[in-house]
Design a protein. Structure first.
Length: 150
């Protein structure tokens, strides 16, 4: 397996973390990347799917995702449809796949009766900023328990 902590020259993104998680339905396993651009803005993308569903591999700025999540009423559960606006004209699977990655990262949790609710955004941002401050070799070692090449 080769290290994924590198600069993605296509988008100028430094990949900080590679992880995998089940899709929301549990029918496939998703691999996702978390990275940062030259301005130290956190980026995230779905990279692979063991199932047959199509999806977009584009990087999405976490700041935009955070804005969408923070607009959700705290007392009302939401679904992946809230993320659809981030992928206009793209596969309908991508918002649900991204939501699965966000759930795996602890940014959202299951709602009390249905849907999902926001969780600990500050913890996630602190963890990723810590990885940004490390040299690529150190970041790879720090995230080795979740680091997986696809």
């Amino acid at each position: 397996m080769k290290s994924e902590t590198q600069i993605n020259t296509d988008a100028g993104i430094r990949i900080l973390k590679v992880d995998s998680c089940p899709s929301l339905t549990g029918k496939s396993t998703l691999t996702y990347h978390i990275g940062c651009n030259a301005e130290s803005e956190i980026q995230i993308r779905v990279h692979a799917n063991t199932g047959g569903g199509y999806f977009s591999k584009e990087w999405i700025a976490f700041g935009v995702i955070q804005q969408v999540l923070e607009k959700q009423p705290k007392d009302k559960p939401f679904s992946s449809l809230i993320l659809r606006q981030l992928f206009t004209g793209k596969s309908s699977n991508t918002p649900a796949f991204l939501l699965a990655a966000l759930k795996h990262e602890g940014l959202i949790k299951d709602g009390e009766k249905s849907g999902y609710q926001c969780s600990d955004i500050a913890r996630f941002v602190a963890e990723i900023k810590s990885l940004m401050n490390d040299k690529p070799e150190t970041a790879t070692k720090k995230s080795s328990k979740t680091h997986r090449a696809s």
